[in-house]
Design a protein. Structure first.
Length: 177
């Protein structure tokens, strides 16, 4: 299988769902693959290649929204952003406190205190500078791809767009230094 991003249809009989569509399966040169998390499906590890050339799902984690967490998630969405860091949400699923922190940090960074800001910047720096199972594209990869596109004759009519993308990447890089 060539490196890239794919959509994968998985048969899942133990949950009665029949099939699950996993979007944006990232394949890197036949090594570990990761499916980006979404609200219903946790992280999924994927074998590099099956005999037929499709990723093999190693682990599929469903979040049980029948628990009290479903009610708490509705409360999170209804809570004013400035109060999200002050209010306690007793989640049963141990992954939710970190997801709540990231939700706040991405959407309302002004609500973070100094310690949380350092934590968020460290998370962003790690995610954007090192390849991990969760990293889709590092900043180095991003800038390399932009350089490749600048040298592609088919992209010469899009240089203004590439300039904007370059400037955005440089602003992002400066924000995590």
């Amino acid at each position: 299988m060539e490196p890239g991003a794919y959509d994968v249809l998985m048969k899942v009989s133990s949950y009665g769902a029949g099939f699950v569509l996993a979007s944006n399966v990232v394949v890197r040169e036949g090594t570990l693959t990761h499916i980006n998390p979404n609200p219903l499906v946790g992280g999924i590890g994927v074998e590099p290649v099956s005999k037929k050339g499709f990723p093999l799902i190693k682990n599929l984690q469903f979040i049980d929204l029948s628990s009290g967490d479903k009610r708490l998630l509705a409360q999170v969405r209804a809570t004013p952003p400035a109060q999200l860091g002050e209010r306690a949400f007793p989640f049963r699923d141990t992954r939710y406190p970190e997801l709540l922190f990231r939700y706040r940090a991405r959407n309302w960074p002004q609500t973070l205190d100094a310690e949380e800001r350092v934590r968020w910047d460290n998370f962003r720096r790690a995610r954007l500078s090192r390849h991990t199972a969760l990293t889709g594209l590092t900043l180095d990869d991003y800038f390399t791809r932009l350089r490749e596109l600048r040298n592609d004759p088919a992209a010469q009519d899009r240089l203004a767009l590439l300039d904007q993308l370059q400037a955005w990447g440089e602003r992002l890089a400066a924000s995590i230094d």
